[in-house]
Design a protein around this ligand. Structure first.
Ligand code: ZN
Length: 382
């Protein structure tokens, strides 16, 4: 087996290769940061699992670092994510005043040019709002929610460069037209934070909406007489859905319904993590509110409501595989599927020509180390 000390851009790495449709023992030949060949070999059947690098398209922070906290925070977040197998990510802003979002966008663009090479790679950024529903605001600040009909397109132009995903509630005034506007400019609109009835939600996808912000959370749901966005998201075969698979945001008993309704290539794991993710256990202050982190849960001390996620994508893969999802499908939801949504095709599969972004998982599917463009980086501290 390949030595753990391998740090070059070229070489061989062996184990159980998680391909698109099966797991095969073998080796990957890495040349200049890319996969040059896939070599099946039964002798590697006892090795670690090797998967394409994970990609988190909805993550607000990690390891004590906030995505909206400037360059050092973005670097800290990128490094913390890489340790959990995340090789690419979209720093994600919460609902905020437009000038704050424009500043965030400029910050991420400037930082991207100097992002550390020992951190997850930024692939653009994601905006969660501000064109969402007051009725389904979740943890977004209602003071900053805006109405699409009143949006000044000229000012929105300043957001576009690098903007990959934006959450919009399709039922609010002017939303369908704004969905079309962003879609025409190459931005993936994610329907969410929405109280839309089924027909309006379906219209949102028909107008170009491509994905769905944290399915079931902060949206009109499944009701036999009043179906909402969750039904439209599951019924539209083309629509992607984000799943926060920490076991708390969506009860695990609901997972099989999602897995049966959704095409395998339309499921996307996101962490939706807050900055305190990975920063320890106990009580913290979150935007002036006291929260308690215990295990994979972060709840308000006042009323016990969920205050955000504190997992990374690797936990989602573990949880869904334990629940019976085949490993290749879980890995696709963590890698190939979010990349496909972004239109990135040069990574996300173990195949010749793909960039050598890899995650090495142990028998319990815990991250041992992560390869970024052919270079290994250590996994999370034990
Ligand atoms: Zn979020």
């Amino acid at each position: 087996m390949e030595s753990r000390a391998t740090t070059s851009h070229s070489g061989r790495v062996g184990g159980r290769l998680v391909l698109e449709d099966r797991v095969v023992p073998g080796r990957l030949l890495i040349e200049e940061g890319r996969i040059a060949a896939v070599e099946p070999d039964a002798a590697e059947s006892g090795g670690p699992y090797l998967c394409p690098g994970f990609v988190d398209v909805h993550v607000h922070g990690w390891g004590g670092h906030d995505a909206m906290g400037g360059h050092d925070a973005l670097s800290g977040m990128a490094r913390a994510l890489l340790r959990h197998g995340v090789t690419g990510f979209l720093p994600t802003a919460v609902t905020a005043p437009l000038e704050t979002l424009v500043a965030f966008a400029a910050d991420v663009r400037a930082w991207t040019d100097q992002a550390p090479d020992d951190g997850a790679e930024p692939l653009g950024f994601d905006l969660e709002g501000p064109y969402i529903s007051h009725q389904k605001k979740g943890a977004q600040n209602p003071a900053f929610i805006q109405v699409p009909a009143e949006a000044d397109r000229g000012r929105l132009e300043a957001l576009l460069e690098g903007l990959r995903i934006i959450t919009i509630a399709p039922e609010v005034d002017g939303a369908l037209e704004l969905i079309r506007w962003f879609t025409a400019r190459g931005v993936a609109v994610s329907l969410g934070h929405s109280n839309a009835p089924y027909a309006t939600a379906a219209a949102g996808y028909a107008m170009g909406g491509r994905t769905t912000t944290h399915l079931f959370n902060a949206m009109s749901g499944v009701h036999n007489h009043e179906p909402g966005l969750a039904v439209a998201a599951l019924a539209d075969d083309g629509a992607y859905v984000e799943l926060v698979a920490d076991g708390h945001h969506v009860d695990p008993s609901v997972w099989p319904l999602i897995l049966r309704a959704k095409r395998p290539d339309r499921l996307i794991f996101v962490s939706d993590a807050i900055s305190m993710a990975g920063a320890g256990q106990g009580r913290f202050s979150l935007g002036g509110l006291e929260v308690e982190i215990r295990g994979d849960e972060c709840r308000l001390v006042s009323d016990g409501r969920l205050a955000g996620s504190v997992i990374a994508i690797d936990t989602s893969v573990r949880n869904l595989v334990r629940a019976g999802l085949p490993l290749p499908r879980a890995v696709a939801a963590a890698s190939q599927n979010p990349l496909a949504l972004l239109g990135v095709t040069d990574r996300g599969r173990l195949a010749p020509g793909q960039r050598a972004d890899l995650v090495e998982l142990d028998e319990d599917l815990r991250v041992r180390r992560t390869m970024l463009a052919g270079r290994w980086h250590e996994g999370p501290a034990a």
